[in-house]
Design a protein around this ligand. Structure first.
Ligand code: NAD
Ligand code: ZN
Length: 697
């Protein structure tokens, strides 16, 4: 470059430009060193990467091309010159007798063809000649070396920094596919077998489900799960993890010999009891390699384990020997990577959707990102527990994963990229569709709209349930007809059904005068019902037939149920605090009450049943929230005491909250209470109040 600039003769200016551009390069190179060292440490040592591989690979490629243009910046400690990272001293150190290297990557066909050409050039063969390649899936796990002496497994080690790894003998011994003793005969006295320890997808999903259910940290992907599981200090933990080992090369060989080609060696290993990959093949030339790549790419999602590309190796050992190595990788092999399944993007917003059953689902709006073969711009965040578990804020950079046909997921927040103006995600107080209050029952992950009867998002479901056989049993009013009536806005509220006129119904597709007449008649006949059926037909959450009957028997009158307190409701057979809370929420909603009144005015009727005497309680009609840690009692105990006084205990603060009890460590709920001007009690004041009502702690 300097020569060229010199030729143009614009020396002074260009020298200055060049100097400053060299400064820029130098600065960027050291930035890249810093970042890649950090990511290496997180990935190889901590088994907890903060960025996806695609991000790492892009930075690595950037450094490689800067170094290619400016070789003066290549230093021995550059990440491009090294393998992995030095492991921690938690395990004994193993010095590899032969270094364990990495692989060069290519990302597209032209880079791959360039690799083939480079090899041919080095071997001094013409372009028309063909090289034999061994093809294997690139298993996404962790490289392991196994040493056998006289056929017995004597040592297992991680790759570490390629020169020194960790002694994980006790851990590898727990992996069923690793033979403790070689089968058959003819093996060298000392034999090092290398391969990948990985976690098949099924086991990975199960492991994460268990962790999620326990509210624990989940693994981002099977690779990190495998690495984390293998490097447990307690081999009993490793033994519980579903790990597999698949061999892919030999290391040290003494006191014996191996076949002359890579493919033959792997087949020999298989005969000695190792698992080899079923997909491996030996092909002639680059075009067959590309066909193999396409074929396996198409099968990628159906494989039982995760792969992130294909490894192609020159099959003949004599050729491998002539090609040799560069600092961190052999020249005779390359990994052709698949498009990334994990990418970083920005969470621009979180919106809340209402499902057919009223479930409120937070949905992340993403800066569109191409991942796993599609552009993803929305991602379900499932529920608020999940949002909290991930620690998500709007504005965050997040890792989005889309593997196979599994729906895209946010798997992690890239914490050190959180902008200063990041905004907490909070559940709205009201349903975005009908503006009814959203309830989030303590202990339940899913929040719901309480406007069951009036919420357009839930309307069809509400009508279908209302008309069903065990509810109002309206003959001739099936799901299809309901869909049409709702879509045409002929009914919006349940009462509208009884205002339908035969002539309007008869005008609908596939309805004649006769069937319209029949429908109107059965609607009118259904009006005489029982209190239990009527209650059931309202579709209150978790109020099934039996609960509806118990309610009817216990209260006798609809009014009494509509105004019942927590204490009265939980006194009813089989009604616990959660169901009681659903009933309370339902009838607290003015719109729901209006629908019920409308139906009664339209003539829905039933005979009264004998009544229980209601009890009045001091906190009837009040909603309380507990947050932070209580020291004199558990949160559950606090909740039970409040309920015993007739209060409802909710999981989130809204303007309808009567009072918040805040212990140490209270966070966003306390802030929200203060913002809304809701009363706040500390634990001492709370206990004092309980005492006043005769409840001792
Ligand atoms: N996300 C991060 O922060 C982060 C950090 C460091 C590295 N990485 C990822 O790791 C890669 C570099 O890791 P690497 O140095 O282990 O190299 P590599 O994964 O690119 O390739 C070498 C490794 O491939 C594995 N492998 C799987 N199947 C194989 C087969 N059939 N034959 C031979 N080897 C096979 C072996 O473990 C071997 O050590 C990067 O490309 C990047 O994607 C990510
Ligand atoms: Zn709603």
């Amino acid at each position: 470059m300097s020569e060229q600039i010199g030729l143009f003769g614009e020396s002074e200016n260009n020298d200055a430009n060049e100097a400053s551009s060299m400064m820029d390069v130098s600065k960027r190179v050291s930035e890249l060193h810093h970042l890649l060292h950090k990511y290496n440490h997180q990935y190889y040592v901590l088994d907890d990467p903060s960025v996806p591989d695609s991000e790492y690979d892009a930075l690595f490629q950037e450094l490689k091309s800067l170094e290619a243009e400016h070789p003066e910046f290549i230093t021995p400690d550059s990440p491009t010159q090294r393998v992995g990272d030095k492991p921690l001293s938690a395990f004994e150190t193993v010095t590899h007798e032969l270094p364990m290297l990495s692989l060069d990557n290519v990302f597209d066909e032209s880079e791959f063809r360039a690799f083939d050409q480079r090899i041919k050039k080095m071997l001094g063969i013409t372009d028309s000649e063909i090289i034999e390649y061994a093809c294997e899936p690139k298993l996404d796990g962790i490289a392991v070396s196994l040493l056998y002496e006289n056929g017995l497994l004597v040592r297992g080690a991680t790759r570490g920094d390629g020169t020194q790894g960790e002694d994980i003998t006790l851990n590898v011994r727990t992996i069923p596919s690793i033979p403790l003793k070689l089968e058959g005969e003819g093996y060298p006295q000392r034999l090092e077998v290398r391969g990948e320890v990985y976690m098949p997808k099924k086991g990975f999903n199960r492991l994460n489900e268990i962790a999620k259910a326990a509210g624990e940290k989940t693994f981002v992907n099977p690779r990190n799960a495998a690495a984390g599981s293998l490097r447990q200090l307690d081999p009993k933990l490793t033994a519980k993890r579903p790990l597999e080992f698949c061999c892919y090369s030999a290391g040290v060989v003494e006191g014996g010999s191996l076949p002359e080609s890579h493919y033959a060696v792997l087949n020999q290993f298989k005969a000695w009891g190792f698992l080899t990959n079923k997909e491996m093949a030996c092909v002639q030339g680059i075009d067959e390699c590309l066909a193999y790549y396409q074929n396996l790419h198409a099968k990628r999602d159906d494989l039982a384990y995760e792969i992130d590309g294909i490894v192609f190796k020159v099959n003949r050992f004599d050729l491998q020997k002539r090609l040799g190595f560069v600092s961190r990788a052999p020249r005779w092999a390359v990994a052709h990577k698949f498009p990334a399944q994990e990418k970083i993007t920005v969470l621009q917003d979180v919106e809340f959707q209402v499902g057919r059953t009223g479930a409120i689902t937070p949905v992340g709006r993403l800066e569109p990102v191409f991942v796993g073969g599609v552009t993803v711009s929305n991602v379900t965040l499932h529920n608020m527990d999940e949002v909290e578990r991930l620690g998500l804020m709007i504005g965050d950079s997040v890792i989005v994963r889309r593997a196979g046909d599994v729906i895209p997921q946010v798997v992690k927040v890239v914490e050190d990229r959180r902008p200063e103006n990041a905004v907490a995600v909070s559940l709205p107080d009201d349903c975005p569709v009908c503006h009814s209050e959203i309830e989030r029952v303590e202990g339940e992950a899913v929040a719901r709209c309480t406007g069951g009867l009036i919420c357009a998002a839930q309307r069809k479901q509400a009508f279908i349930h209302f008309a069903s056989r065990k509810a109002m049993d309206i003959d001739g009013l099936g799901e299809k007809l309901i869909e049409v009536l709702v879509d045409k806005n002929m009914v919006t509220s349940l009462g509208d059904l009884f205002r339908l006129e035969a002539k309007d119904v008869a005008a609908l597709d596939r309805m004649g005068e006769k069937s319209a007449e029949k429908l109107i008649n059965s609607l009118s006949a259904s009006k005489q019902t029982t209190l239990a059926k009527f209650l059931y037909s309202l579709g209150i959450r978790e109020v099934g037939e039996a609960t509806a009957q118990n309610l009817a028997k216990a209260f006798g009158k609809l009014d009494a149920i509509m105004n019942a307190s927590m204490e009265q409701l939980t006194a009813v057979e089989d009604i616990g605090p959660i169901v009681a809370e659903h009933i309370l929420h339902f009838f607290e909603n003015e719109a729901n009450r209006a629908v019920v009144t409308d139906l009664v005015e339209l003539g829905l009727a039933w005979d009264d049943v004998e009544v229980l005497n209601p009890v009045e309680l001091p906190l009837n009609g009040q909603t309380w929230v507990l947050t932070g840690t209580l020291e004199q009692m558990s949160r559950t105990e606090g909740k039970e005491k409040l309920q015993a006084l007739g209060a409802k205990v909710a999981g989130s603060v809204s303007k309808k909250t009567h009072c918040v009890v805040a212990g140490p460590g209270a966070g966003s709920k306390l802030t929200k209470a203060q913002d809304l001007g809701v009363d706040v009690l500390d634990e001492a004041a709370f206990i004092e109040m309980l005492n006043q009502y005769g409840i001792t702690v």
